[in-house]
Design a protein around this ligand. Structure first.
Ligand SMILES: Cc1ncc(COP(=O)(O)O)c(C=O)c1O
Length: 385
């Protein structure tokens, strides 16, 4: 730290200089991110609530009410009338809370002290963090030929130590939806906690399904589903950080509660103590402002662009990993390693990401990627071919 105060102008100049090193979503060059620029209205609301702390909700009763309202609203979007949960920092924290709830529930009601979680090979790495922190063993379920969780493999993986099964609605790498209805049935019959990670797909699948897209059911209408992660800061256009964890029953929050003596509430179930109320307020605002109609319009444009990109890649001769279910396209050059292709694209100014299972270039069509960016990208891919 400097000994003496520094002039604001000098500080801002230094920060702006460093900010220039960041990529800008608006350039349409960030192809692998699941985040995007937040909507201006959500940013405006976010700034108004910057000092609110949901870790001490007795002091911020209005903002706590907003969090309750937003959880209720996301719950309804996921076919649940009485939803419990929180707006947290992102999908990682939401998944951590779900697995903590499952572990504590199994410990309390089944006496399991050395638990296991069954996750698909395609699961986000946040589950590895959760297992590590919660001292759980990961049992990986295999994927089928379509890169979705293999139902038989899940059945085989169940043991007397299983505290949770996880499936994904919108996988990180390919945007695929696991056979959640079948897994829900298995979890329900075996009395095992079932968590659905819809961090990416949660803000698009409901609207696509309602408009007739042929996508599988993934939400609380399935009786086995105990919790769902759904992230406003991905497809919801809320500012970072905004993740969502929704529980079917309050008891899942209760089993995580610890005493919080010096605060205005007696117990706390969240992982984080001091918590930003701005994330809840901004999410509430953008959900109201968009409505189902606004979110459908957004995902419809992105799906149309996804199919445009997919068809044109095929025409150029690129090999597509799988037909897109959501707004992600993964592809390969027939004779070039994905990492080599990625490097060529990087040299042309594209920020690409390479999937690991299978190895492929992966493009996530978020709101900042417009048709003209795709046309430019296709032109570069044509030249490379
Ligand atoms: C399916 C899925 N779950 C969880 C996460 C983790 O979310 P976050 O980076 O917001 O913690 C991601 C991130 O991309 C994801 O795709």
């Amino acid at each position: 730290m400097d000994d003496k105060p520094v002039d604001k102008k000098i500080i801002l100049e230094e920060l702006e200089e460093l900010h220039k090193l960041d990529y800008d979503y608006a350039d349409g060059r960030i192809l692998g991110s699941m985040c995007t620029e937040a909507h201006p209205f959500a940013k405006e609301v976010y700034c108004k609530f910057l000092d609110t702390n949901l870790g001490d909700p007795g002091l911020f009763r209005g903002t706590k009410t907003i969090e309750k309202k937003v959880i209720e609203s996301i719950g309804k979007m996921l076919s649940l009338d009485n939803a419990y949960g929180n707006i947290v920092t992102g999908g990682t924290e939401a998944n951590l809370m779900a697995i903590r709830a499952a572990r504590n529930h199994a410990r309390k009601y089944k006496g399991i002290t050395d638990g296991e979680i069954i996750i698909p090979d395609s699961a986000h790495f946040s589950f590895k963090k959760a297992a590590d922190m919660l001292n759980l063993k990961i049992v990986e379920a295999k994927l089928d030929d379509n890169y979705k969780i293999d139902v038989e493999s899940v059945k085989r993986a169940i043991s007397s130590k299983t505290v949770a099964i996880v499936a994904i609605a919108g996988t990180t790498e390919l945007g695929l939806i696991d056979p959640i209805e079948e897994i829900s049935k298995i979890a329900f019959e075996n009395n095992i906690y079932f968590h659905v990670d819809a961090a990416f797909g949660g803000f698009s699948i409901p609207f696509l399904r309602e408009s007739g897209y042929d996508l599988p059911v993934f939400d609380f209408s399935l009786e086995g589903v105990c919790s769902i992660t759904v992230d406003p800061h991905k497809m919801g256009l809320a500012p970072i950080p905004a993740g969502g964890i929704i529980f079917r029953r309050e008891e899942y929050l209760d089993v995580m509660a610890v005493d919080s003596p010096y605060l205005t509430v007696k117990t706390q179930s969240t992982i984080v103590g001091t918590r930003l109320g701005a994330s809840s307020a901004a999410t509430y605002a953008i959900m109201k402002y968009f409505g189902k109609e606004g979110y459908f319009k957004l995902i419809k444009r992105l799906m149309d662009d996804t199919m445009f990109f997919y068809e044109n890649l095929k025409k150029l001769g690129y090999e597509i990993v799988c037909e897109p279910e959501l707004n992600i396209v993964a592809f390969n050059h027939p004779d070039m390693d994905a990492n080599v292709l990625a490097e060529k694209l990087e040299n042309l100014g594209w920020k690409v990401s390479v999937a690991k299972c299978p190895v492929a270039i992966r493009v996530v069509l978020m709101n900042h990627i417009k048709r003209n960016h795709l046309e430019e990208l296709l032109k570069d891919l044509k030249d490379i071919f």
